[in-house]
Design a protein. Structure first.
Length: 365
């Protein structure tokens, strides 16, 4: 079998360990395992979404126009249905966008430490990767790199707020940055965690309607996996200028989300109380992790997401810490694959956080 050459150096994305795997490997009952590795909603899914999903007919293909979901999103964000593309998670939307504009001569530009899938999608397109020296979204650095290499950059990607670190520039800074980018260059705003950032600080809020009215080259992507609690249903969306949506849509496979997923997403948009309950719990509980880090002299990054990144020390590096907690039935995300001696912890329910923090304190005591 002859495979494409780019696969030789392509590393697979490593998601957080699933509960089932930990149960098998460590002999722990699934109900006794706490997963705080993948930024899922600790309260599960909206009751309205669950009801709609159960009432749907999985034997039938979905309405491939996604008319009802697009309409609901258009009302939510103040745009037209023609400005929207639906994906199997926002990942798929970004993958299609990168494939649409990038090639061996036109790469991507990103922050040094950000969502790992961007590089994988770039490699699918044989595209080079440009990145900042700063771990964070240093927009001045990014603008400098773009100015020097504009002809060779097909897409600029901003993760707002940033995964896996959690930081987020103000929206006004982002809008100023967008003014510097040529209309011939695609800008992807990966806003998977924007609901959390907006709740914590309104200055972080990226307004899709504003973006659409001012920039024909910007794609705003969002997801139902985080605040809406539908990670397992794989539903995401992109909002952009109609011409941009038309071109990206040529790469969309038919029926790319399921009938139950479609029903769940439409219903989830109608359950804002559930969403706000989860977000409020997130920021009520997050200071407990900040206090833990401060107590033991560990660096952490103020987060605008539903997780917190905590840097460990040489004595108890992130791999040792993650492994020790796995043995106790607690799944954290080890950030070693990002070149960081740190762990990323999803903020859980109060009961979950009690157990996680007890285990963390025992490790550093």
């Amino acid at each position: 079998m002859i495979f494409n050459e780019f696969l030789e150096n392509l590393e697979s994305y490593e998601p957080g360990k699933p509960i089932e795997l930990v149960a098998r490997e460590y002999g722990i009952k699934p109900e006794n395992i706490i997963k705080v590795a993948s930024n899922e909603n600790p309260f599960g899914s909206s009751p309205k979404a669950l009801q709609a999903m159960r009432a749907s007919e999985p034997a039938l293909y979905p309405d491939d126009s996604y008319f009802a979901l697009k309409h609901a999103l258009a009302v939510r964000f103040g745009c037209e249905s023609a400005n929207i593309i639906i994906g199997s998670g926002s990942d798929q939307v970004m993958e299609m966008a990168i494939k649409a504009v990038c090639n061996e001569n036109r790469g991507i530009l990103r922050a040094k430490t950000t969502f790992a899938m961007y590089d994988i999608y770039a490699k699918f397109a044989h595209a080079p990767v440009y990145k900042t020296q700063s771990e964070f979204h240093d927009l001045a650095q990014m603008a400098e790199i773009y100015t020097k290499n504009a002809a060779n950059i097909g897409a600029v990607i901003l993760c707002l707020p940033n995964n896996p670190l959690g930081e987020c520039p103000d929206a006004s800074e982002v809008y100023e940055f967008l003014e510097l980018i040529s209309q011939d260059t695609l800008v992807i705003l990966d806003c998977a965690y924007m609901e959390f950032a907006t709740f914590k600080d309104s200055k972080k809020h990226i307004k899709p309607a504003h973006v659409l009215s001012k920039f024909t080259n910007v794609l705003y992507s969002g997801t139902f996996s985080k605040a809406y609690g539908l990670g397992g249903m794989r539903v995401g969306y992109g909002l952009a200028n109609t011409k941009l949506i038309e071109q990206i849509s040529k790469l969309r496979p038919p029926f790319n989300i399921t009938t139950p997923s479609l029903a769940a997403a439409i219903a989830a948009l109608d359950d804002e109380d559930f969403v706000q309950k989860g977000i409020k719990n997130n920021f009520d509980e997050m200071p407990r992790y900040e206090d833990f880090a401060s107590e033991f002299g560990l660096k952490f990054i103020p987060s605008y997401t539903n997780f917190i990144a905590i840097f460990t020390n040489e004595e108890k590096n992130s791999s040792i810490l993650a492994e020790n907690l796995l043995k106790k039935g607690i799944i954290l995300r080890n950030l070693k694959s990002y070149g960081l001696n740190a762990v990323r912890i999803t903020i859980g329910t109060k009961k979950q956080n009690d157990k996680v923090l007890e285990a963390l304190r025992a490790e550093f005591a």
